[in-house]
Each structure stands twice: as structure tokens, then as C-alpha cells.
Design a binder for this molecule. Sequence first.
Ligand code: SF4
Length: 392
Amino acid sequence: MTRRHQTEELFEPYDTGTLSQMRKKLRNWYRQRARDLPWRRTGNPYYIWISEIMLQQTTVAAVVPYFERFLQRFPDVETLAAAEQGDVLRQWEGLGYYSRARNIHKVAQHIVTVLRGEFPRTTDELVALPGIGRYTAGAIVSFAYDRPAPIVEANTLRLYSRLLGYDGDPRSTAGQRLLWAFAESIVPTKKPGEFNQSLMELGSQVCTPNEPDCESCPLLAGCRAFAAGRQHEIPVAARKPEITPVVEFAVAIECDGRYLLRQNPEGQRWAGLWDFVRFPIDDAETLLPHSGLRAQRAIPAKLLRTLRVRIADDVGADVAELRFLKEIRHSVTRYRIRLQCLHAEVSELPPSTEHLKAVEPAAFDDFPLSVTGRQLADLIVAEHSTDRDLLF
Ligand code: SF4
């Protein structure tokens, strides 16, 4: 059977009558059950764009406070375009995937300078911009302008796969072609924005990954996965990336109460954000004590030598004293990182440059930091206030 015939067969249950029933049930369900989310109260394409970029790889609960703060600081595309990149990253700090923030800043500048402030209105115009893929373009066009545009994102990918009973890989080229064709075939010309929102909401609230609540699903009658009792098997799970454990070091290098902060360069992890001097060390696992470093305990001599050489090579600072502060465990993409946070005392800091600054703890807040950088900064601020309290 050709792919075209397979696709036609999967579309079979959705004739005009079925589709119209499905849309009606879905609309009624959505009007009763939809969550009140800030980006659903607006048709402003700028707001919708910001929300959609924030929601990539991030949960609704995490996004809501960021979205509200971001729009208070940058209420329109002109304000965003005129901002410093560091200011945009500071507002994004903690949300992760920072290329999203750098891209929205670039796109805002493009809209203001090249498009004279006119927000693009078609999917073709939108996908030509950095950071905007087919889904985000479809969401902006349908939510903001109420024009028909298909959408496929994590929730609808799962929902469509189950409705169609598609047991191939929905992330494969063939799977994507099928789901986008399906999405295109069901989006109505009347109220397409509300229709797309309702599909996403159903996927997120009812057709959930592990425990779909089929009994309360408005689309149960037309769901092939449910009819076959296969809703827990469809869609096939994505292959998990292999996790690599690594050890890295973040060193708060201090001289007379000022600390060295370094900006991550373009093309590297967390580009544009600032951090304490941070690096991996080859074979660090073999240099660490079995139970890890501990406060109050001396750093093993071989590791100490390696760290001194590395810090001198990296920033030209000659370490007098080095002590362990804490270990932070976190993950970045496929890496599980044990970050050893250290404090280094030096007699002189290297000269400040555009990307390297000596900063007092009171000014840490002025810099967009990585999540672990902020944790270390908070620890240093707390240490300094304790020291000050002890003096009085
Ligand atoms: Fe998902 Fe169950 Fe509804 Fe099918 S019936 S769309 S599996 S919630």
C-alpha cells in the first residue's frame, strides 16, 4: 500500500458530518473546561508570539510568571527591540534555552527596522524569522488573526496519533507528514484559533501521556486508539538520549570583595549570559574523592594543582587559596553534571574587559546569570551578609 493510500485510510473516519460533530463537541468542552491563561485573553500577535516562544520546552506553570514580568518590562515590540540583549536575557534568566531569548530580540529588531513595526501576518513570513517554526507560525496566525493554519506540537502530536490510531513514529518524516496533513484537513475556516486552542487543551488536560481520561473525552466516539484499546501504546515513545555524567567546576574568584564574572561567548552554552569562571576537567572523576568534595576538607593535592593551572590558563589569575563551597547537581541536554563550586582567593584580578568584569556581590543582580551561576551568586551574597553581621 502506498503512503498516500495509508494516509487516506487513516483519514477515513473524518467525513464532513463526523468532522462537524467533532468540532461542535470540542468547542462545547473547551468553553466549559479551558484554563484561563494570560495569553488566551488577547489577540495581540506580539503577546502571543512571546508566549509561544516561552512555552517551547517549558511548562505552562513555569511560563506564566515569566510571561507577565516580561511584558511588564517589554510591553511592545518597539521596547523589546530597543533593549540591550543583557536586559532581555536577565528577564529570561531561569527559563533556559536562551537562544529563544536571543532570537526574539533579533526578531523584534527586524520587525521594527525592516518591517516598520508591522507584525508579520502569514505563516510564510513568520517561518522566515529566527526561532519561529511551522507550529509557532500556525499558532500566531490562528490565535492572533483567527486565520486557518494547522498546528502540531507535543500535545496535538499525541492527540492526533491516538485519534488516527497511528502506531508509526509520529516524529519521523512520514509521521510528521501524516500529522500535518491531518491537522490541515481538520482546521475550520470559522474560529480556527479557538479550534486549535481546544485541541492543545484537550491534549494537555485529557489526552495526557500516561493516563488519558478517555471517559471524559469529547472525541472518544471517533478515537481509533481507544476503539482498539491501544491508547496507552500510542504514540510510540521517543527514543531517550543516552545520559553522560560529567564533573565541572565553577570558581568564584575573589580579590578584596570583588568577584570575576565572565560572559559566555557566541556559539557556546548559555551564550550572552554571565557566569563565574566555569570549566570541565578531563578525568575529573578520578581526581575527586570517592564521596565528592566536602566543605571543611582539603582539596586533594593533585586536583588542587590541576585547578590552579586551569584558572591561570583561563583568566591569568594566580590562586592563593581555594576552598570548596557546595556541589550542585543539574542536567543540561544529555549531560548530568556534578558542578563543584569553589571559592578562590587571588592577590590580583585580571583587568576588566567587555566580557570579563570584577563585580561586587551587591551588583550580581545587574547581570543575567546561568541558573547555577545565580545559585552560587546567592550563596556568596549570603556569606558576605553573614560576615558583615559578625562584624557588628
Ligand atoms: Fe485521547 Fe482517549 Fe480521547 Fe482518544 S479517547 S483522544 S485516547 S483521551
